[in-house]
Ligand binder design. Sequence first.
Ligand code: HEC
Length: 445
Amino acid sequence: MFPGAWRVPPARGSRYGATELFLRTATLGPTLLALCACGPAAPTYYQQVKPILDSRCITCHTAGAIAPFALDSYPSAKARAQAAASATAAGLMPPWRAGAADVTYLYNPSLTDDQKATLAAWAKAGAPEGDKARPGADLPKLAGGIQRVDLTLAMQQPYAPTLSPDDYRCFPLVWPETTPVFVTGFDALPGVTAMVHHVALYLVPPDSAQAPFQWDAEDTAPGYSCFGGPFGNRPQEFAVNLLTAWIPGTQGVTFPRNGGVPVPPGATVVIQMHYNTAASLQPDQSSFQFQLASSVDRQMVYQPFLDPGWVAGQMNIPAGATNVPFLYQADPRDFFSLLGSTLDTTNGFNIEAVMFHMHKLGAEGQLWLERPDHTHVKVLDISNWDFHWQLQYSLETPVRFQPGDQLRLKCVFDNSPGRISTVKDVNWGEGSEDEMCVANILSSR
Ligand code: HEC
């Protein structure tokens, strides 16, 4: 309300008194505004845009971090205003590939529709700066992340990547704990922040614990080359479970619902580093922080779900084919116990989180739970798979697999020219030009 309103004299010849005129103008106000060509004020950088970028983008989009350009100042954000609007509208940024499902996820960094609209309107208006002296309120940072560091392990020696633009390198680490413990949180401290794109940790059980050190010794440089998993190009000879995975720009990993993954003494932890060398090529010596607990509310393990037939050679993806779906439906529990799972799933299990794994031909991936009455729960739906962003999707409320239920896994591949070095038939394998389709399911009893 404007304070001078009461002093407006009655218009000459008007049938209305001052008060009445004011009231009528006030009701007409919104209509008049809408008629006015100026429209609602465009969002400005300091008032509306900076809080969004600060809370959702700049952990990666700042000098020296993983993203190829900064978004942490007015000039840098203005230069990318249109790209930021497009990338967020398309759901490509911040990286999060889970589409709508029948579950909600923890730590989802996606922008709200209002926030996307703000970035779009700002770009359209020419990215106005606004008033630096009256900044918009900070938005809350994403929840989650490690709370305590109980153990720090580091790569023994620096490693200078040689493969470009992507070098996948595995480093076996001796697990120093002498009693059984649970890993309840993890964070990576990259040596060269701009280069470390992804870290995956695999747990090798004590009776196979020496093998990765042997592979390391056979390779003259530190560590050994490994693309799809801890075996590199070797055949998978023993069971290895995922321990956790990390991507830059996050505050680290915590397991949902006070859960943790057990690690026995004598195990080996193989750290798979994905170096993206497009931005930087320097020797890296990263270290890794673990949060540990001697007991947890829920013991959790990753159980891989896939069609054993695929591994046996039944995953032919013909050269040039653009849309090759593979579907598998089963009770996964036999397969879990075949792999020596430490979790008793006789009475069912909880799906706590899912990490999908495909290689470079991957296009789509879905995981459903099928009930005996044919109703289903869609747990994860990725329609724009990006090999570079293999995230863990943790469920706010776990989905319970009951005896009688089945899991249904679907992967769709695109083998069109340009996806890998040459156009050729592709089948299952660990190599960078082979394929895989795995749903790693973080499960609890
Ligand atoms: C987890 C790290 C991370 C976060 C968080 C992140 N980005 Fe990115 N962004 C990247 C990386 C890395 C690239 C380079 C392309 C790639 O690897 O996908 C990129 C690329 C982009 C691009 C170029 C897209 C293209 O098509 O090439 C834009 C625009 C962008 N980001 C905007 C944003 C905005 C806006 C936000 C926040 C709403 C954001 N990013 C959050 C890491 C991140």
